[in-house]
Write a protein that binds this ligand. Structure first.
Ligand code: EPU
Length: 297
């Protein structure tokens, strides 16, 4: 980090110094951030980013922390944890703040008699993270129901952009690896649906996740599925299930899940990821690509 005063960052209300990031991630892994802040509204988020830009402090934002691997050495800069909750329903149109837990959002739309997002049931994380990573099943992604997104742009201005400008593709969007554009909120168009039907549909999608490890310290699927293939199945076929490096372990239930079975370091996990990639390349000639995002590496 450039050596200059960080007055704006240091005077943000609630700012912590040298605070561990690991507890904010589902892997429960990762060293400290020079600065860490939890923001509870769109304004607080915008203020934190503007302060970091003014002081030239690198920053990243985290929603539910369910799809990231944070380095053991942590992050030199400001870690911003988004906790802005809020779901506003206007007929079939729903506006949701980035920090809202995804599950709560889907449940609230169902309670209001709306349907369309049941395939997101059982996915951890926040709405902002799900939008940035275009979360979903292998075939149906959250972007399907998005109408437009509110973001903070590189000039620290709030900007509304249409879905077609978000560059959504399988587990990707213009926001996923962007260091300058941050999702603040998203707007969805849903359909009216009977509560009984939506409940059935939700249970059906939760059932599809039964063979995935639940309650473990993991980050969902590590790799994207290669076209027409399942990464988990390839990993199983390569005989890699239950392979362990340090505290990082390939789930016996689903090959595409790495579980922290106690005191895994980020390095254990990163080495296991690279071992899997090498094995799958050698055995099947397929290059796996991470779905998880690396921070501080
Ligand atoms: N399979 C195996 N062995 C394994 C894992 C899977 O043989 O270890 C087989 C399954 O039996 C099934 C096929 O592979 O026949 C597909 O498996 P699954 O239904 O688990 O789906 P997936 O393609 O592995 C995708 C998403 C998941 C999502 C599920 C269910 C990706 C990378 N993964 O997994 O999303 O939960 O469909 O909708 O697209 C995530 O992205 O983090 C995630 C968990």
């Amino acid at each position: 980090m450039p050596h200059q005063p960080h007055d704006h960052v240091e005077s943000l209300p609630g700012i912590l110094q040298n605070a561990p990031i690991g507890p904010f991630t589902t892997f429960k892994v990762g060293g400290p951030a020079t600065y860490l802040i939890e923001v509870r509204s769109r304004d607080e988020l915008v203020n934190a980013i503007r302060a970091a830009r003014t002081d030239q402090v690198p920053f990243f934002v985290l929603g539910g922390g369910s799809n990231v691997l944070v380095a053991d050495k942590g992050f030199e800069g400001l870690a911003i944890m988004i906790r802005s909750h809020g779901v506003t329903i206007e007929g079939k149109h729903v506006i949701v703040e980035a920090g809202t837990p995804l599950q709560r959002f889907v449940q609230e739309t169902n309670k209001a008699g709306l349907t369309g997002l049941e395939y997101m049931m059982g996915i951890p994380g926040s709405v902002g993270g799900a939008v940035a990573g275009n979360a979903g099943t292998s075939e149906k992604w959250i972007s399907e129901k998005i109408f437009q997104v509110w973001m903070l742009n590189a000039g620290s201005e709030v900007q509304r952009i249409s879905k077609s400008d978000c560059n959504f593709s399988y587990r990707n969007s213009r926001f996923k690896y962007s260091r300058t554009e941050i999702v603040l909120a998203a707007e969805f168009d849903l359909e009216p649906g009977s509560k009984e039907e939506t409940r059935k549909l939700a249970l059906q999608y939760i059932g599809r996740r039964k063979h995935q490890p639940s309650g473990d310290a993991c980050a969902g699927c590590i790799f994207k599925n290669p076209p027409e293939m399942s990464a988990g199945k390839l990993i199983e076929q390569a005989g890699l299930k239950e392979k362990r490096i340090g505290g990082a372990y390939i789930s016996s239930e689903h090959g595409n899940f790495i579980v922290n079975i106690g005191n895994a370091s980020a390095e254990d996990i990163a080495i296991l990821i690279s071992y899997i990639k090498q094995q799958i390349r050698d055995k099947f000639g397929v290059q796996l690509q991470e779905e998880v995002r690396y921070i501080g590496f």
